[in-house]
Design a protein around this ligand. Sequence first.
Ligand code: ARG
Length: 269
Amino acid sequence: MKKLIALVLACLLVVSLFAACGNKTTEDTSLQAVLDKGELVIGTSPDFPPFENLNDDGSITGIEIDILTKICEKLGVTLMIEQYDFDAILTGLDAGKYDLAVSGITATEERKENALFTDAYCLSAISLVVPEGSAIQGKDDIADKTISCQTGTTAELYCNNNGLKNNAFQANADAQMALTTGKVDVWAIDKLTAVDMVAAYNDEHDDKLVVLDEPLTYEPYAFASKLGNDALIEAINAALAELIADGTVKALFESYDAEYVDPSVDPTV
Ligand code: ARG
C-alpha cells in the first residue's frame, strides 16, 4: 500500500512539473485580460507631486494619473488606482496586485531585469534640496553630510552606490521633514517633485528651502508591468506614442507648471 501511495505521489509530481513547464509557454493574455475586465488597475505611491498626489479629500491626482486616464480612454477601459508604499510598487507587480506600476518610476537597467517597462515619456533628474543659506552648493559638498531620501528610490541607490550617509524614509514627506527639522543636511529627491514640494513648503513657512541646480543623475520615467506582459506594454506604448506626438503629454506637464523634457534629449550636451 505504501508503495502504491508513493507511486501515485510520484506520478502527481511528474504531472505537476509538466503543467508548470507548460505554463511558461502559455500565450500572453495581459492585454486581453485588461480588455475583458474593462479595467486597467495601477499601483501607485501618491506622495510624488506633480506626478501623483493624495489630496485631502482622498482623491489621487497628477500628471501620471492624467496620462493614464488618456491611455485608458484609448484602450476603452476604466482606470482603477491602488495605493502602496514606493518600495513595494515594483515587487507588487510580481504578486499580480495590479496591471501597471505608475509612480514616477525611473527605468533603470537593473529594474528592467525584473519588470517590463514602457518607453520613457519624460526625462527628470535627482536634485539636492538644502535649507536657504546652507554651505552645500552641489554634489561636491555632500561627501561627509547626511542625506534624506525615500526608501527604494534611485536617490537612495545613488547614496548607497556613492558611499553617502543616508536616512531613507517610506514617505517622501518624512524625508522632507528630516531636512526641515535639521536631522539631515540635505534631501535627495527627483527634481520636479522637489520643485513642487519646496514651493508648497516655502509658501507656508518662514524658513525657506532651496532646490540646487546641479543634478545628481538623469532619470527617464516610464510605467512598468510584470515580465511577460508584452502585449499590454505594446498597447500602452502605442497609446503613449500618440499622446507624446500630438503634444498632449507636454501640455499636461504645463498644466501642472512642470517643465517638460523630452526623454530623447541628451541632457549632458
Ligand atoms: N524616480 C525615482 C525612482 O524611480 C523616485 C520615484 C518615487 N516615486 C514615488 N511615487 N514616491 O526611484
